[in-house]
Each structure stands twice: as structure tokens, then as C-alpha cells.
Design a binder for this molecule. Structure first.
Ligand SMILES: Cc1cc2nc3c(=O)[nH]c(=O)nc-3n(C[C@H](O)[C@H](O)[C@H](O)COP(=O)(O)O)c2cc1C
Length: 168
């Protein structure tokens, strides 16, 4: 199972649309994949202790651990992935060991392209994740409403999914 985790908490946001676009490319290849929308899971904030007994955290950690790959689809907030993405990693990090991880970032402008690197560095060093060096970076002008219309963006999402399927 390949997981695409959409970390945007904005209902019907563009990040979820990008995640669903990625899912179509897995579906085209008959690969087993699922979008996890963090808006639908009631995760606690990481407190470094009691949170690890939370059933939603236990379930999601196991799901991540069992996954063949992860795509983290996140909005860029303050030159970083959003806080929900960081919280997800803090809560479920024990499931990330040796995982292949791709990124789809959704940003307001084109200046934050490198902003995911602290997150990527952390998972490479802490969990020995294999980060796919082919980031998808989307900006607001690539949509009509919430529909992904930019052909280069669509091609890049396809390439990311293809790179995952080559090795899994
Ligand atoms: C708190 C906040 C901080 C943001 N910081 C950045 C930023 O540093 N760089 C950037 O390009 N866009 C930034 N944006 C714009 C968001 O990246 C953009 O609105 C978001 O990707 C939309 O995703 P969504 O449709 O899933 O909500 C910020 C937006 C918010 C709400």
C-alpha cells in the first residue's frame, strides 16, 4: 500500500486536490494506494508522552509502518511544511524507518522551493528514509479553483509516482 498523506487542514484545499491527482496515477498502474486526509483524523498534538497511547496515533503509525511508500503532500507555511505535517512526524516517527518518501508541496509563491529541506533532512538522518529527490512544487497559478490544470505540474506528479513504482 502506497500512502499519500495530505496534511492541509483547510477543507477542500488545493493540497488535497494534488493528493487526489497523485492517487489517479497509482490507480492507472493498478497500484494499491490511498489518500489519508489529516482533516478526517483526530490526532492530538505531540506531547512526547501520553500522545503515543492515543488509538488514532497507534493506528496511523502502524499504517505508515506497513506502507510501501509515503507521499507527504503539505502546504508551505512560514517557509516550512505546515505544523500538521511536523506533528504527524512527531507522533508517528517510529513507523517511518527506512521508508521511501516523496513530497508534494503546495505554496503561495515560487520562493519557498527549498523550504521542505529541514523536514527531509530530519527524516533522512533520524529514520534513514530514502527521500525521492524529485519534489513536486505547486503554486496558486497552477489551478482553476481547486482543479489542478497546469500540465507541467500534472506531469511532475506522474513522474513522482512513477519513481516510486519503479522501486516498489
Ligand atoms: C500561515 C501561512 C503561512 C504561509 N507561508 C507561506 C510561505 O512561507 N511561502 C509560500 O510560498 N506560501 C505560504 N503560504 C501560502 C500557502 O502555502 C498556500 O496558501 C497553501 O499552499 C494553500 O494550500 P491549501 O489549499 O491546501 O490550503 C502560507 C499560508 C499560510 C496560511
Amino acid at each position: 500500500m502506497h500512502l499519500i498523506i495530505s496534511t492541509s487542514l483547510r477543507p477542500k484545499g488545493q493540497t488535497l486536490a494534488l493528493s487526489e491527482k497523485a492517487l489517479t496515477f497509482f490507480n492507472e498502474k493498478n497500484a494499491n494506494a490511498e489518500v489519508i486526509n489529516l482533516q478526517t483524523i483526530n490526532l492530538p498534538f505531540c506531547d512526547g508522552g501520553e500522545c503515543y497511547k492515543d488509538q488514532a496515533v497507534l493506528d496511523l503509525t502502524k499504517k505508515i509502518k506497513d506502507a510501501d511508500s509515503l507521499i507527504i503532500a503539505s502546504p508551505v507555511y512560514n517557509y516550512s511544511l505546515n505544523a500538521a505535517a511536523k506533528n504527524l512526524l512527531e507522533l508517528t516517527g517510529s513507523g517511518w524507518n527506512d521508508k521511501e518518501v516523496g513530497f508534494i508541496c503546495n505554496a503561495g509563491g515560487d520562493k519557498s522551493y527549498m523550504s521542505l529541506m529541514p523536514f527531509a533532512n530530519s527524516i533522512m538522518l533520524d529514520y534513514r528514509c530514502n527521500v525521492i529527490p524529485k519534489f513536486v512544487y505547486a503554486t496558486g497559478d497552477m489551478y482553476e479553483g481547486n482543479k489542478v490544470v497546469d500540465s507541467n505540474l500534472i506531469e511532475r506528479i506522474k513522474e513522482l509516482v512513477d519513481s516510486i513504482l519503479v522501486t516498489n
